[in-house]
Design a protein around this ligand. Structure first.
Ligand code: PLP
Length: 362
C-alpha cells in the first residue's frame, strides 16, 4: 500500500502550480534590485507575486513584507510593533509567537474548548497601557479557531494593536487581513515552498526591521528576496481551496470513536479547521502512536510541537486542561490532495495499532 501523508499542518505537499512557477523563476538570472534588463525582469516577478498575495488576503502590495517564513513574520510583527507596548499572547500560541513575545509577555488563558478566554482578555486589556495582542487565527495542533472578530473588537475598544498568526488558515478557510493590524503567513502551509512567508500590515502601519542591509522590502527586511520561493508562494496562494476535507476528517473521528469510545477529540466543540483532528488515546504516549503509525505507512505527528524530532507534552492541550492526557494526542491533518481512501487506510492502521497496544497491556 502507498504511504499515507496526514501531516499537512507540519507542511503541505507542494502544489504543482507552485513547482512550475518556481522552475520558471529559477531560470531568471537577475537580482530584483538590479537596474538592468535582467534585474527588471526579476523585479517584475517579485512585484507581481507581492500584488497577487496581498490582493488574495485583503492587503495592499506595498504593505506586504516578504520574510523567510511564518516564524520570521511573527517575530518581525511582534518585535517591530511592541516598542512602548506590553504584549499579550494566547496560552496556545505557536513557539514562534511565544519566543518573540518573550517571558515578560502576559498570557491569556484559553477555555477548555481551546478558544481564547475573552473575559480574561478584556480584563487584561483593561489593566492599562498601550498593548499589542498577538494571537493565532487557527491552532496548529487542534485546528481550533479563535473568535477573531470578537478579539478585534475588544482590541479596538481598548486601543490595542492586534497581530494575527494566520499561518494555518489560508488554503483551508477563507481568510483576509480584515480587522487585524498585521498578519503572519507561511507559504509551505498552503502548498508553496518551505522557507518563505510574509507579513501583511494594515495601511499606515510600519514595523522596525529585524534585518537591515541593502534596504530591500522598503527597508523593512534587508536581504535579496528569495525570488523562486516567492513565485511559488504566489502560485500556491491562488489555488482553489480544497473541498470536502471536513467530511473526511469527520469520518476519521467517527471511525476512531467507533473503534475506541475512550478516545477524546480535543477542541471538537469549537469551530475548527476542516482538515485537522487531535485524537487523544488515554494512557498511550503520543510518541508510541506516531511510531506505530509510521511503521504502518501513515505519517501523522504528535499533538505536541516536535521541532527537533523530539516529542514533548503539548502545551496546547495542557492549556485546555487535559492534564496527563496532553502527552497522549496525535494530530491528523489532511493535506489539500487527500482522497476518500485516506479514511479507510488511516482507520485500518489506527485500529491495528490500538489492538496491538491493548494486547500488550493485558
Ligand atoms: N505559526 C504557526 C501556527 C505554525 O503552525 C507554524 C509552523 O508550524 C509557524 C507559525 C512557523 O511557520 P514557519 O514554519 O513558516 O516558520
Amino acid at each position: 500500500m502507498p504511504r499515507l501523508y496526514l501531516d499537512a499542518n507540519a507542511t503541505e505537499p507542494m502544489r504543482p502550480e507552485a513547482i512550475t512557477a518556481m522552475a520558471e523563476a529559477l531560470a531568471l538570472p537577475g537580482n530584483p534590485s538590479s537596474v538592468h534588463v535582467e534585474g527588471r525582469a526579476a523585479r517584475r516577478i517579485l512585484e507581481e507575486a507581492r500584488e497577487t498575495i496581498a490582493a488574495r488576503f485583503g492587503a495592499r502590495g506595498r504593505d506586504l513584507v516578504f520574510t523567510s517564513g511564518g516564524t520570521e513574520a511573527n517575530a518581525l510583527a511582534i518585535r517591530g510593533l511592541a516598542a512602548g507596548r506590553r504584549v499579550l499572547v494566547g496560552a496556545t500560541e505557536h513557539p514562534a509567537v511565544l519566543a518573540a513575545a518573550g517571558p515578560e509577555a502576559g498570557v491569556i488563558p484559553v477555555l477548555p474548548d481551546g478558544t481564547l478566554d475573552l473575559g480574561a482578555l478584556e480584563a487584561a486589556l483593561g489593566a492599562g497601557g498601550p498593548t499589542l495582542v498577538a494571537v493565532m487565527a487557527a491552532n496548529n495542533e487542534t485546528g481550533v479557531l479563535h473568535p477573531i472578530e470578537a478579539i478585534a473588537e475588544l482590541c479596538r475598544q481598548h486601543g490595542a494593536l492586534l497581530h494575527l498568526d494566520a499561518v494555518q488558515m489560508p488554503g483551508r478557510l477563507p481568510f483576509s487581513l480584515g480587522p487585524a493590524d498585521s498578519v503572519a503567513l507561511s507559504a509551505h502551509k498552503l502548498g508553496g515552498p518551505k522557507g518563505v512567508g510574509a507579513l501583511l500590515l494594515r495601511p499606515g502601519l510600519d514595523t522596525a526591521p529585524l534585518l537591515t542591509g541593502g534596504g530591500q522590502e522598503s527597508g523593512r527586511r534587508g536581504g535579496t528576496e528569495a525570488l523562486p520561493a516567492i513565485a511559488g508562494f504566489a502560485a500556491a496562494a491562488t489555488c482553489a481551496q480544497p473541498e470536502g476535507l471536513d467530511a473526511l476528517r469527520d469520518a476519521i473521528e467517527a471511525g476512531v470513536k467507533a473503534l475506541a469510545p475512550e478516545v477524546v477529540i480535543a477542541g471538537n466543540s469549537a469551530p475548527r479547521l476542516p482538515n485537522t483532528t487531535s485524537l487523544i488515546l488515554p494512557g498511550v504516549a503520543a510518541e508510541t502512536q506516531v511510531i506505530a503509525l509510521d511503521l504502518a505507512g501513515v505519517a501523522v505527528s504528535a499533538g505536541a510541537a516536535c521541532s527537533s524530532g523530539k516529542v514533548r507534552q503539548s502545551h496546547v492541550l495542557a492549556a485546555m486542561g487535559y492534564g496527563a492526557d496532553a502527552a497522549c494526542a496525535i494530530r491528523v491533518s489532511l493535506p489539500w490532495n487527500a482522497g476518500k481512501d485516506a479514511v479507510a487506510q488511516f482507520l485500518g492502521a489506527w485500529g491495528a495499532m490500538r489492538e496491538r497496544l491493548a494486547a500488550r497491556k493485558n
